[in-house]
Write a protein that binds this ligand. Structure first.
Ligand code: NAD
Ligand code: WQD
Length: 337
């Protein structure tokens, strides 16, 4: 029994490879290296002490996928491969629809052809859009998204749901991630963004290491306890473990389930800056800047469904997240380069 991991060389994928191997699964990984470095999987092999097949393959390449499925007996797919930069998606929507939506359609077509009908999909809390109060629950309305990236996730959720309706043999888990941060506690793998980071934690770490001068806090006039935006940060290793539970679940069930992966607790931008300073001992200079368009004031999960269906609960706290992000950043100031 082998599990195919698309985008397995990326940030969440590389951590999930380790947890899947630790849980005793055989894995096969594909990635086109668009946003990742081969060094990540080299380190996954070192950390896990296990080898596994890797193919440099784009999910839009049906023949390439057929070769992978023909070479291995794939029982389920964990589908991370996708583009994820919100601002870039606004500038290049067609690139995002082609890569994320068309890519998923091609992948599902080959899976159906090869008789593999189980998928764990990387969705996002972004599908809840604006208008739902936190804590966000899976049965709340989705689709009021604020950018093309979010629309790709909403569209793919719909496509996978329709697929399950058309064929009752399909089993799909739509994992709605909240805000993944942190790194493997070895400090050997972590998030390695290209250029200037868009997301808060990599930005904080790069200010702390001296690569960037100062953090801009986007807005201090939100309706939150300290006026800065509140999010549900989740340790990437907890998130990775959620995928192992989701695979176990998908093997035993059919149909489609959307499941939040979050901690259920919200922290503000300044909470995160303070927690980071406490665990690292390093100051993070910041200034208050205007709000970032498209941001909501508060977004955190109700994680009860994950506990009920998957038996999964986040275990690491915000200090663990900051400590592990800092260890990764300080041990690898240039990322994987
Ligand atoms: P990442 O960019 O680090 O990993 C994605 C991987 O997919 C990369 O290695 C990239 O090279 C690969 N890839 C992209 N397009 C591909 C294609 N067409 N064919 C083959 N490989 C391709 O991103 P991540 O943070 O690990 O995110 C993984 C998934 O989780 C993405 O689908 C993302 O949208 C989703 N997600 C991420 C977050 C987050 O904050 N990181 C939150 C919610 C959802
Ligand atoms: C967190 C908070 C910012 C940067 C994004 C995507 C979402 C999902 C996760 C994939 C907010 C503030 C940030 C900075 C700041 N990705 N901030 N200064 O926006 O919650 O979610 O990543 O699915 O779809 O939208 O995460 O880390 O960008 O921001 O003040 O330099 O930090 O305003 O309040 P976000 P983030």
């Amino acid at each position: 029994m082998a599990i195919l991991i698309t985008g397995g060389c990326g940030y969440i994928g590389s951590h999930t490879c380790i947890e899947m191997l630790d849980a005793g699964y055989d894995i096969v990984v594909i990635d086109n290296y668009y946003n990742s470095n081969p060094e990540a999987l080299k380190r996954v092999k070192e950390l896990s002490g296990k080898d596994f097949p890797f193919y440099e393959c784009d999910i839009r390449d049906a023949d390439g996928l057929r070769r992978v499925f023909s070479a291995h007996k794939i029982d389920a797919v964990i589908h991370f491969a996708g583009l994820k930069a919100v601002g870039e998606s606004v500038a290049q929507p067609l690139t995002y629809f082609d890569n994320n939506v068309s890519g998923t359609v091609v992948l599902c077509g080959v899976m159906a052809e090869m008789g593999c009908k189980r998928m764990i999909f990387s969705s996002s809390a972004t599908v809840y859009g604006t208008g739902n109060p936190s804590p966000l629950k899976e049965d709340m309305p989705t689709g009021a998204v604020t950018n093309p990236y979010g629309r790709t996730k909403f569209m793919i959720e719909g496509i996978l749901s329709d697929l399950c309706t058309s064929d009752p043999e399909w089993s799909v888990v739509l994992l709605r991630y909240f805000n993944p941060i942190g790194a493997h506690e070895s400090g050997r793998i972590g998030e390695d963004p290209n250029g200037i980071p868009n997301n808060l934690m990599p930005y904080i770490s790069q200010v702390a290491i001296g690569k960037l001068q100062q953090l801009s806090v986007f807005g201090d006039d939100y309706n939150t306890p300290d006026g800065t935006g509140v999010r549900d940060y989740i340790h990437v290793v907890d998130l990775a473990k959620g995928h192992v539970c989701a695979v176990d679940y998908a093997i035993k069930h059919t149909g489609v389930e959307a499941i939040n992966l979050g901690t259920g607790v919200g922290y503000s931008v300044l909470d995160l800056v303070n927690a980071f300073r406490t665990v690292s001992g390093v100051e993070v200079p910041y200034r208050i800047a205007p709000r970032r368009p498209g941001d909501v004031d508060t977004c955190y999960s109700d994680p009860a469904k994950a506990a009920r269906l998957l038996g999964w609960k986040a275990e690491k706290n915000v200090e663990d997240m900051c400590r592990d992000s800092w260890r990764w950043q300080s041990q690898n100031p240039q990322g994987y380069k």
